[in-house]
Design a binder for this molecule. Structure first.
Ligand SMILES: Cc1cc2nc3c(=O)[nH]c(=O)nc-3n(C[C@H](O)[C@H](O)[C@H](O)COP(=O)(O)O)c2cc1C
Ligand code: SF4
Ligand code: SF4
Length: 284
């Protein structure tokens, strides 16, 4: 039986619930499984494992930078098996292809991947009143995750070989949006636009705690943003006073968010109306 490391990033809970189902499935097949959060993951003991599973949400039609960095920083996985699972809201873009290729690049045998929808708490949509896939992962999607874990278990036992690289089916408008959210743009330009309104900030530090990349420090009782930003907007979303502003609140993003929402509705993606107040998203 294999010793498996599951490394998971989950900001709003969808990916970790899929991870839970996969972990339970693998354990029930007799494997030993250890799950770590990617944002706090220690890589020192990787040699002890036979296989690595990476779980991640999709951010801006690709992997969140902290997940792609995590995989790039892994030692070579020669002789080990790997698998991945992604949750996404509306358009997964190149994420499946990217994670498959990153793991292959580490010389792992990439057994397979699993994807399903997850409730989409992207602030660009929730602050405009929309929560897509509110029920996901549904019981049916979690059941499929369990089936996936059985397939991984069989592949590990039989040394079945790698799956084909998934295609990148990103529609053009979203590919352009992805380009605009490049690491260069985020770190050089967008990350420098974060501010907290002095009159509103009550120094509660919720933004500091919420940031998955430790990108916010407190200097002279005010939050200060660094450049290691993944543009997740969790800081702004979790501020109880609504004090945080950035380029994402400006005129540049509004037409893009409105187009995305319109397109998702047109494609029949389920949604509920929500309101965001005092750092909380509430279904109306
Ligand atoms: C910053 C951010 C960017 C996102 N970008 C995309 C995207 O490009 N495509 C997509 O399908 N979903 C996108 N989503 C939605 C998430 O991928 C989806 O809701 C996922 O299930 C969240 O997983 P989690 O709950 O484990 O964090 C985004 C969400 C956030 C917070
Ligand atoms: S979460 Fe908002 S109120 Fe709290 S410290 Fe950060 S900016 Fe200030
Ligand atoms: S958007 Fe805010 S919470 Fe997200 S990485 Fe950047 S600073 Fe951190």
């Amino acid at each position: 039986m294999a010793k498996i490391l599951l490394a998971v990033f989950s900001q709003s809970g969808a990916t970790i619930s899929v991870a839970g189902r996969i972990e339970a499935g693998l354990k029930s097949s007799g494997h030993s499984v250890h799950t770590i959060p990617i944002e706090k993951g220690s890589l020192s003991e990787l040699n002890e494992y036979d296989a690595v599973g990476i779980g991640t949400p999709v951010f801006f039609y690709r992997l969140p930078f902290l997940v792609s960095d995590f995989i790039r920083n892994l030692p070579l996985l020669k002789g080990k098996s790997a698998f991945w699972f992604c949750t996404y809201g509306t358009v997964p873009g190149k994420s499946f292809r990217q994670i498959h290729r990153l793991l292959s690049g580490k010389e792992a045998v990439v057994l397979d991947g699993f994807s399903c929808r997850g409730a989409d708490y992207w602030y660009g949509y929730t602050k405009r009143g929309y929560l897509f896939n509110p029920e996901s992962p549904t019981e049916e999607e979690l059941f499929s995750a369990g089936v996936f874990s059985s397939e991984i278990s069989r592949a590990l036992e039989n040394q079945v070989h790698s799956s084909p690289v998934p295609p990148d089916k990103t529609p053009l408008a979203y590919a352009v949006e992805r380009m605009s959210m490049s690491r260069f743009n985020v770190q050089t330009f967008y990350s420098r636009t974060f501010r907290s309104k002095r009159v509103l900030c009550r120094e509660c530090r919720s933004c500091v705690t919420a940031c998955p990349n430790q990108n916010i420090t407190f200097v002279k009782e005010r939050p200060r943003w660094g450049t290691a930003c993944i543009m997740c907007q969790k800081c702004a979303q979790s501020c109880p006073e609504g004090a945080i502003r950035s380029v994402a609140d400006g005129l540049m993003f509004a037409p893009i968010m409105n187009f995305n929402i319109h397109d998702a509705k047109k494609r029949g993606i389920p949604y509920v109306h929500v309101e965001h107040r005092a750092g909380q998203t509430r279904v109306l």
